[in-house]
Design a protein around this ligand. Structure first.
Ligand code: DAH
Length: 340
């Protein structure tokens, strides 16, 4: 018995040595011949059944050693074959290293990213803290604490992506104000840039877009200061000389509330197709913080006043670069993106 084991080992070694190890297929064929289901080593293992109980352990040990030896040798042979194949391929190919490279282009930052960075930079210089907030909000933070009544249309299923009862993807960044006021004592100034989500989709509305909220709270904060800050901000974004105007409006969380327009960046206020002949473009909402919001956050409205504002980053990027469709900003089309 033990002779046939050593004989098989010799045969295997001779056979493997006779191969020019360039092909994985050749090595595979040997593997099947020795280790396959009907292979020679497998056969030896099967013969164990016919042996006496005394003979079995020594025989089994020997065959298993052979099996291990064959497996290892085959693993090595496969590596040699793979290397030989690679060398052959390299030798047959020719790489002309003097050929010019085919235009590796440098990437550029995304226009939305640029707007966001510029806004953060501007407000950070004015002493505002940045709080990115969270994408998922509860009814309290997104609506209730912001003084939004239960029957307000923005709470509708048609406008809000609900994840569970009273849990939703935030519809605006205003909720970050509430988190901030709950955890900080006035005076403070903060901005909250971030993604927001609404059930909305056309050329100028997308189900996801970016906003930036701002909030300033201290004693004696006035609407005039709000106007001043936003004017300087618009100068920065669109160049000095851009005019602003504030139209009375309504938001549940500010009183009084206003919508801010800038003079049309395309016609400089003359009136054109893009501003529908008005000379103005809407940029965002703002106002003095409603006392109810302060009360909801444990801040004394008799002592403190504040202003808040919110605007869309996508809208600013679109105005700056005359981008006709909001979808282009998130479409990842290289032809569009390479222009920036
Ligand atoms: N949250 C408002 C929106 O999404 C924007 C806004 C308006 C924010 C007025 C404010 C504000 O802070 O005072 O349309």
């Amino acid at each position: 018995m033990s002779e046939s084991i050593s004989k098989l080992k010799q045969d295997f070694e001779a056979e493997l040595a006779s191969l020019v190890l360039t092909s994985k297929e050749d090595v595979d064929a040997i593997r099947v011949k020795y280790l396959g289901k009907k292979g020679l080593v497998t056969d030896l293992l099967k013969q164990m059944g016919g042996l006496s109980a005394e003979e079995r352990p020594a025989y089994g040990k020997k065959v298993n050693e052979l099996k291990e030896f064959v497996s290892e040798a085959i693993e090595k042979a496969l590596l040699v074959a793979a290397d030989a194949a690679l060398q052959k391929k390299l030798a047959s190919g020719f790489v002309d290293i003097s050929l010019p490279e085919n235009g590796i282009s440098a990437g550029s930052t995304h226009p939305l990213y640029d707007v966001r960075e510029e806004i953060i930079d501007f407000f950070a210089h004015m002493g505002f803290e940045v709080d990115f907030g969270r994408d998922i909000e509860t009814d309290w933070y997104n609506f209730e604490a912001l003084n939004t009544p239960p029957d307000h249309p923005s709470r509708d299923m048609q406008d809000t992506f609900y994840l569970a009862d009273k849990v939703m993807l935030r519809t605006h960044t205003s909720g970050t104000q509430i988190h901030y006021m709950e955890t900080h004592k006035p005076p403070f100034r903060m901005i909250a840039p971030g993604h927001v989500f609404r059930v909305d989709s056309d050329a100028t509305h997308a189900p996801m877009f970016q906003q930036c909220e701002g909030l300033v709270v201290d004693e004696n904060i006035t609407f005039a200061q709000l106007k001043g800050v936003l004017q300087v901000f618009m100068d920065k974004l669109f160049g000095s000389g851009v005019k602003t105007r504030f139209r009375p409006s309504f938001f549940p969380f500010t009183e009084p509330s206003a919508e801010m327009d800038v003079s049309c960046v395309f016609c400089k206020g003359e009136g054109c197709r893009r501003c529908k002949g008005t000379g103005w473009m809407e940029i965002g909402g703002c106002g003095s913080v409603d006392p109810n919001v302060f009360i909801n956050c444990g801040i004394d409205p008799e002592r403190y006043t504040g202003f808040a504002f919110g605007f869309g980053l996508d809208r600013i990027a679109m105005l700056r670069h005359a981008i006709p469709e909001i979808g282009l900003l998130t479409g990842n089309d290289e032809r569009f993106l390479s222009q920036f």
